[in-house]
Design a protein around this ligand. Sequence first.
Ligand SMILES: [Zn+2]
Length: 132
Amino acid sequence: MSKLPRNVAFCPCQSGRSYAACCRPFHLGEAVPQTVEALMRSRYSAFALHLTDYIWSTWHPDYRPTLHDLRADHGVQWRRLEVLGADEGPSHGVVEFRAYWRTSTDRGVVHERSSFVKEGGLWYYTVGMELA
Ligand SMILES: [Zn+2]
């Protein structure tokens, strides 16, 4: 977590709150997201800030890529997040969102419905279904 920035005024997940009052405690391991939306937002923020270890550790072990693959830098910058809906039960949840990305030569939007499971009191991302 040596790359964890201290000077991000607004959280990259676009909650409108400061990073320190939003996703940073999750990234530091000081708190655990209690809802699937909070976990999804913190994972998006981690993508935006290139906090690969956090992305990996919140990805269910049965579904996640290798840490090495995840660390590959694709030159993608995540610019904006819109959470369209979230629904959760005791052990399963889904979040639908649009995430806007940019590279030096291209830009686009990922529209996804992410699935989550709760195990041992912790939410984990499993898979995402890309939507039109
Ligand atoms: Zn946040």
